[in-house]
Design a protein around this ligand. Sequence first.
Ligand code: SF4
Length: 163
Amino acid sequence: MPELVQLVSGPQVEPKTVRIGIIICARYRNCGGGKCFRALRQRQGGFSRYAAEDQLQIVGYSSCGGCPGGNVEYVPAEFLKNGADAVHLATGLVVGYPPCPHIRQFKTFIEKQYGLPVVVGTHPIPLKYLQTHDQLPFWEQVNMKDIAGHLLAESREVMESYN
Ligand code: SF4
């Protein structure tokens, strides 16, 4: 499995440039990306793993192409041509009703086929989505904590600011 260790924040010698490709759920294909780009700037949600001094560059941004996500087969190749170091699956895949049923498969496929580490999540989970999901069985059924635990552990205050 590709190594994410080199990309996470922590003690380091000098700032790095990390090139990121983002894949969003096609149900939100018209989204302007405001929450994702804010989170990237503020190092929150899926981007909290990067150090504040690192330079994050978006080298690709695409939807999955619609269920069952045919674009996921191809679009990472384009990210790679632009020098991508990692792929982030947008938080919409996690919070949608129902969540995307293919998150694990997308992650496994991209990591195997393209050798790119895949992070589940971009912006923090908006609190209103968390509150609704707390009343639904979906996350538990797919053990979402296992693949998006870092998003679920974010402070309620931060989540509320993304409502
Ligand atoms: S639910 Fe999954 S496969 Fe369907 S549109 Fe969203 S990301 Fe794509």
